[in-house]
Design a protein. Structure first.
Length: 243
C-alpha cells in the first residue's frame, strides 16, 4: 500500500514538473499565431508573423548559419570526442588527472570567459599569420572545443559500464581491430553516439555568448540576430531637451 502511494506521488510530481517546464513554451507557441503584436491579449488566429518570418532574408540567412554551424561542429566533435573517450577508457588505469582537468575545464568555465579567450586566440593568430579570420570557420572551431568534453564523457561512461571481458571475448574469437570496431564497438556505442550528437547539436543551436565573440560580420547566427533585433527594438527613445 505504501509502495503504491509512493509511486502515485512520484508520478504526480513528474507530471507537475513536466507541465511547469513546458507550459510556458506552449503559451509562447500559441501567441506566435496571435493576429496582433500584443503579448498579453490573444485577439485571433493568424499566420501573418510566419509569413513575415519566411520573407525576411536576414532571418533565413541567420537560420542557415546556425544549422550549418550546429551540424558541422557536432559531427567533428563526435569524431574527436569519441576517440578521446575511448582513449580515456583504454588508459583508465594510468594517472590521467591532468587529462581529466582539461576535459572538464571547458565545461566549468563561464561562457563569457571561454568566448573572450577564443576571440583573443583567433585575433592573435590572424594578426600574425593572416589565418582564422572571424567568421563561420572560427565559430565552428570554438563550438567543437566546448562540445568535445561532453561527447568524450558520454562515450567514456558508456564504455565503463560494459563488461571488460567482452573485449577479451572479441579477441578470443580472432576478430581484427577493424572488425571489433565495426561489429562490436560501434553497435555498442550507438546509443551514446546518438545522444552525444544531439546534445552537441542542442548546445550549438542554443549558444549565444561564444558565438557572439567568435562571429564575423557575415556569419550571424539566429541567437545573435534575435539579440541584435531585441536591442534595437527595446532601445529607449531619446528624451526631448527641455526648453
Amino acid at each position: 500500500m505504501k509502495k503504491r502511494t509512493l509511486q502515485r506521488g512520484l508520478s504526480t510530481f513528474w507530471w507537475v514538473t513536466i507541465v511547469f517546464l513546458y507550459l510556458p513554451l506552449l503559451v509562447v507557441m500559441l501567441f506566435s499565431f496571435n493576429a496582433s503584436n500584443s503579448a498579453a491579449n490573444f485577439t485571433g488566429f493568424s499566420l501573418r508573423w510566419y509569413e513575415r518570418l519566411l520573407g525576411n532574408e536576414q532571418i533565413i540567412s541567420a537560420f542557415w548559419n546556425s544549422l550549418v554551424l550546429a551540424i558541422v561542429s557536432s559531427v567533428m566533435a563526435l569524431v574527436i570526442g569519441c576517440l578521446i573517450g575511448y582513449g580515456m577508457y583504454r588508459h583508465r588505469h594510468r594517472k590521467l588527472g591532468w587529462l581529466i582537468v582539461l576535459i572538464y575545464l571547458p565545461i566549468v568555465l563561464p561562457d563569457i570567459v571561454f568566448g573572450i579567450s577564443e576571440m583573443a586566440f583567433f585575433v592573435s593568430i590572424h594578426r600574425h599569420t593572416g589565418l582564422l579570420q572571424p567568421g563561420l570557420g572560427t565559430m565552428i572551431i570554438a563550438h567543437v572545443t566546448f562540445q568535445i568534453p561532453f561527447v568524450a564523457l558520454i562515450v567514456y561512461s558508456r564504455l565503463v559500464g560494459l563488461d571488460a571481458t567482452l573485449f577479451e571475448a572479441a579477441k578470443d574469437l580472432y576478430a581484427t581491430p577493424f572488425k571489433r570496431a565495426v561489429h562490436f564497438l560501434m553497435p555498442t556505442l550507438k546509443p551514446a553516439l546518438i545522444s552525444a550528437f544531439f546534445l552537441s547539436f542542442t548546445l550549438s543551436i542554443d549558444d549565444f555568448v561564444i558565438s557572439f565573440f567568435t562571429a564575423g560580420p557575415e556569419s550571424a547566427t539566429l541567437p545573435i540576430y534575435i539579440w541584435g533585433r531585441s536591442r534595437k527594438v527595446c532601445r529607449p527613445r531619446s528624451m526631448p531637451l527641455p526648453r
